[in-house]
Design a protein around this ligand. Structure first.
Ligand code: HEC
Ligand code: HEC
Length: 402
């Protein structure tokens, strides 16, 4: 893609948070076109006896925030990879993180709603983990969830719903599975050199978080076209121009290098992350969304936060159906129909109401104008965000033996 194909998006389309980001980072998806050379920045911290971590990042990305007490290392990422894929991490040894975050589905589970290790249904759709390290907040709608380490306590120890199902009763015996495994004992020693008793819950969480930070996806056909290594078809190019333009407005909420609008780096933490109501529901005309999926309202109880969710990253979106926080839209075509209509009318049943008229809806959703060709062009563009190398990269797969 040349500079000329995207310049209209610069500055004008971005509302406050992204304008700040674009200025700070010279982002490719903002039309900054910072070139194709990969940037390599060392983490600067080599753990005792460990191999230093090299970020191997594509254009537009700089290293993500990393907590001071959990520096990256090759040994830690390797350990985290094994733990992420190991069903022994769940109380009944049936489920791992990868059960709901499967690599071939861009680390989602392709279900509308996830199912935990004891069969409980999660109220929300499993999120993809590509480039998760750059997300300013985590999960669908929680302004307070800021680190991968803290977020992980929910899937491991949470009871509402039960996911991996580790609790007071089985906590010690689940840990003992790893303590008594010679291979793991060695990996923990390598990853947490110098610690007398490294196989503990704190280090399990740290290692998996380090693995999650290594999940970088930026080698889609779109990325390669930006780098001048591939070209998009005429239809995909039309879709791209729509995506970044005034008529479809997609980039106003999905315009960061990660195709969302919550993007923080080590050098620049986003201060005021946004959440948006897109008009999926409007129960009885009151603006309400179904419990417990009322967005940021679940956390704050403030009326204006009703139905406000984090704009999802659109990387690998072709592989992560069904869509939205509750998995209630099945296909990309249907998502585009939803945006073209300016929201969703739920005709009957418990949740009946016209989401298009939701009083809390982001005004930009009503301004989207798309005909049938536009919708098809946008779907074609979204499919250029599929990163085949990412979903087949052996470095992210279950280790062959543990
Ligand atoms: C039962 C299925 C299930 C399991 C098991 C599971 N997750 Fe998730 N994950 C989800 C769902 C559903 C969400 C969305 C949660 C929400 O919004 O409340 C999610 C969200 C996340 C997020 C937030 C992503 C983002 O973009 O904000 C991260 C990170 C994550 N999970 C990591 C993990 C890790 C690490 C494990 C293993 C320790 C794990 N998950 C186990 C279903 C699961
Ligand atoms: C006002 C901000 C805003 C605009 C404009 C916007 N989106 Fe979104 N988008 C969101 C939010 C918020 C969500 C999550 C909504 C939810 O789950 O309730 C979302 C979800 C999506 C999803 C589903 C992602 C997933 O993983 O489930 C797709 C696909 C999508 N948007 C594409 C687009 C396209 C294409 C456009 C332009 C036509 C667009 N969006 C315009 C905010 C926006």
């Amino acid at each position: 893609m040349t500079e000329n194909e995207q310049p209209k998006t610069k500055g004008r389309l971005f509302h406050r948070p992204l304008a700040f980001l674009c200025a700070a980072l010279a982002l490719q998806a903002c039309g900054g076109g910072s070139g194709s050379s990969a940037s390599k920045a060392p983490s600067g911290e080599t753990p005792p006896g460990g191999v230093a971590w090299q970020w191997n990042l594509p254009a537009g990305f700089t290293p993500p925030p990393v907590p001071k007490d959990n520096p990256m290392s090759v040994a830690k990422v390797e350990l985290g990879r094994a733990l992420f894929h190991d069903v022994r991490l769940s109380g009944n040894a049936t489920q791992s993180c990868a059960s709901c975050h499967t690599q071939e589905s861009a680390f989602t589970d392709n279900r509308s709603l996830s199912r935990g290790s004891t069969g409980e249904v999660h109220p929300r759709n499993a999120q993809p983990l590509a480039n998760v390290a750059w997300n300013t907040t985590l999960t669908w709608a929680n302004p307070n969830e800021r680190t991968l380490e803290h977020q992980m306590l929910t899937p491991i120890f949470g009871t509402n719903p039960v996911e991996l199902g580790v609790n007071e009763g089985n906590r010690a015996s689940v840990l003992a599975r790893f303590q008594s495994d010679a291979g793991y004992a060695q990996r923990f020693k390598a990853a947490f050199a110098g610690e007398a008793d490294p196989v503990n819950w704190d280090n399990i969480v740290k290692a998996i978080a380090a693995f999650e930070r290594s999940l970088v996806s930026a080698d889609s056909r779109y990325d390669r076209s930006v780098a001048g290594k591939a070209s998009l078809t005429a239809q995909e190019t039309r879709g791209m121009k729509l995506f970044f333009g005034d008529q479809a407005r997609c980039s106003q909420c999905h315009g960061s290098p990660n195709f969302n609008d919550q993007f923080s780096t080590a050098a620049s933490l986003q201060a005021d992350p946004s959440f948006h109501n897109t008009g999926l529901f409007n129960i009885g005309g009151t603006g309400a969304y179904p419990e417990p999926n009322r967005g940021v309202f679940e956390i704050t109880g403030q009326a204006q936060d009703m139905g406000r969710f984090r704009a999802a990253s659109l990387r690998n979106i072709e592989l992560t159906a069904p869509y939205m926080h509750d998995g209630s839209i099945g296909t990309l075509e249907a998502v585009l129909d939803f945006y073209a209509a300016g929201g969703r009318e739920v005709g009957n049943g418990l949740y009946a109401g016209d989401g298009r008229l939701n009083p809390y809806k982001d005004e930009r959703i009503s301004q989207i104008r798309l005909d049938a060709t536009d919708k098809a062009d946008l779907v074609a563009f979204l499919k250029t965000l599929t990163d085949t190398a990412f979903v087949t990269n052996p470095a992210f797969s279950a280790p062959a033996s543990r």
